[in-house]
Design a protein around this ligand. Structure first.
Ligand code: AMP
Length: 436
């Protein structure tokens, strides 16, 4: 057995090897196309931020801030943190760049790594990636519904068919205090039946008690007062509006009063999207989570701005795609041709040939480190190409290339400037336009 290298990737952080890349690329491409269609613009923010940003935005009494942040002090004395989520960073950027004067709504999307010091397990990593959207300056139910619909449509487009949206409203500052009071009373009367952790949570962030995974806490949560009964008229109307959009759009959803999400900044709509097991009943892990956060921009020092967004976990999505046997759209792809080059001059000329092929949309491979024709043709066979292109000293001087049919071995000489048209024709591709 091979000896383990003494230095390995940090625990819970993974390499994404070439064989995995087709999944990542197909998700990125689908996400980009979806965002562009709905008018979302890409944003990138630094991977580290001031620790205070997450403490304030995500909330001191959350799992992320309490236990999961990679925080450190720099040599210059700055307290920084590897970002554990993106909404806080995007809100910071919105304020810092005065995006409130841009035409509203400001619609942004991102894709990148996040870091949480969690216990690594299947589908839970310390470095993981999210694709997400944030929409600022639109307080309508339609904005929430569009967010959900985009996530849902993207997952469907990637081949996931049995999806369920879990949705809830956690009210707002006007109506939630009444609910919190009712919840506190309920749990005070039942404190003996709670797990030890929830007894602690109840003191700092009572809502989190609702999504505890302990069975006795889940039983308690099932009987607990429900936010939906405490929503004021404005929140009720907003929530009803979101549901109506989902109904019209044919999105499968279930209302789940225990869904509160672990971050402090949410108000009104919160949601998660799950893939269903083949039994059509059981839910796999959450692929995406999000909600409305109308108070956050102001809390972070910006103007009063409504906002809604979601984050989708790419690793989990890929796990589910594989479980369901879904192949990524760009599955690594077999090259169209293989360029065999013989001798130094041919090797040098082959760069121009590559450029000609690339611009003509023909996907070519080569092994520039090899000189032997047989070895190169063997590699061409391995790639499974129907035609190879051979360029030797004579062809390099003539400006031609040999087109070889791999199966029969039949060869013909073609001028380099015609090779794209000839190959496209043989491969049954639409011919590129003639250049003047
Ligand atoms: P959150 O930011 O916690 O709302 O998470 C949004 C989505 O990111 C989840 O639905 C997961 O798909 C994914 N996610 C969150 N934490 C992790 C993790 N530690 N490892 C892998 N994926 C994660």
């Amino acid at each position: 057995m091979a000896k383990k290298p003494s230095i390995q990737a940090p625990k819970g952080m993974n390499d994404i090897l070439p064989a995995e890349q087709p999944y990542w690329l197909s998700i990125f491409d689908a996400a980009r196309a979806m965002c562009s269609f709905y008018g979302f613009q890409k944003i990138d923010t630094p991977i580290v931020e001031h620790t205070a940003l997450f403490k304030r935005a995500v909330g001191e009494a959350t799992d992320i801030v309490e236990k999961e942040m990679y925080s450190f002090k720099t040599k210059g004395g700055d307290e920084l943190t590897l970002r554990p989520e993106m909404t806080a960073s995007v809100v910071r950027a919105y304020i810092e760049h005065g995006m409130q004067v841009w035409p509203q709504p400001v619609q942004l999307w991102y894709m990148g790594p996040q870091f949480r010091h969690e216990n690594p397990q299947h589908g839970r990593y310390r470095q993981f990636h999210q694709f997400g959207t944030e929409m600022f300056g639109d307080d309508s139910s339609a904005a929430d519904a569009l967010c959900i619909f985009m996530g849902y449509s993207l997952l469907r487009e990637l081949g996931l068919k049995n999806l369920v949206v879990k949705i809830n409203s956690i009210g707002d500052d006007a109506c939630r205090p009444n609910y919190i009071k009712a919840l506190k009373d309920y749990y005070k009367n039942n404190s003996k039946k709670m797990c030890a952790l929830c007894r602690e949570r109840a003191k700092t962030n009572i809502l989190r008690v609702l999504d505890c995974k302990e069975s006795k806490c889940q039983e308690l949560a099932a009987e607990a007062p429900q936010m939906i009964d405490y929503l004021d008229d404005a929140c009720k109307k907003h929530f009803k509006g979101v549901i109506e959009f989902l109904d019209e759009a044919g999105v499968m959803y279930i209302m789940d009063s225990s869904l509160v999400r672990g971050l402090d900044y949410y108000n009104r709509t919160v949601f998660e999207i799950y893939a269903q097991e083949s039994d059509g009943v059981t839910l796999k892990t959450a692929l995406l989570g999000g909600g409305r956060y109308d108070g956050l921009v102001q809390e972070m020092g910006g103007p009063k701005t409504s906002a809604v967004g979601f984050g989708m976990g790419i690793e989990r999505l890929i796990i589910v795609m594989k479980e369901l046997g879904i192949k990524p759209a760009q599955s690594g792809s077999r090259p169209d041709t293989f360029v065999v080059q013989l001798g130094e001059l041919a090797k040098k000329k082959s760069f121009l040939l590559f450029d000609e092929l690339r611009r003509g949309g023909i996907h070519a491979k080569a092994t520039l480190g090899r000189d032997n024709i047989k070895a190169q043709l063997r590699v061409a066979h391995k790639f499974g190409v129907t035609y190879a292109l051979i360029i030797g000293q004579k062809e390099a001087l003539d400006g031609t290339v040999i087109l070889r049919e791999m199966n029969s071995g039949a060869q013909e000489t073609v001028p380099v400037e015609k090779i794209v048209r000839v190959l496209s024709d043989r491969l049954g591709r639409p011919l590129p336009p003639l250049e003047d």
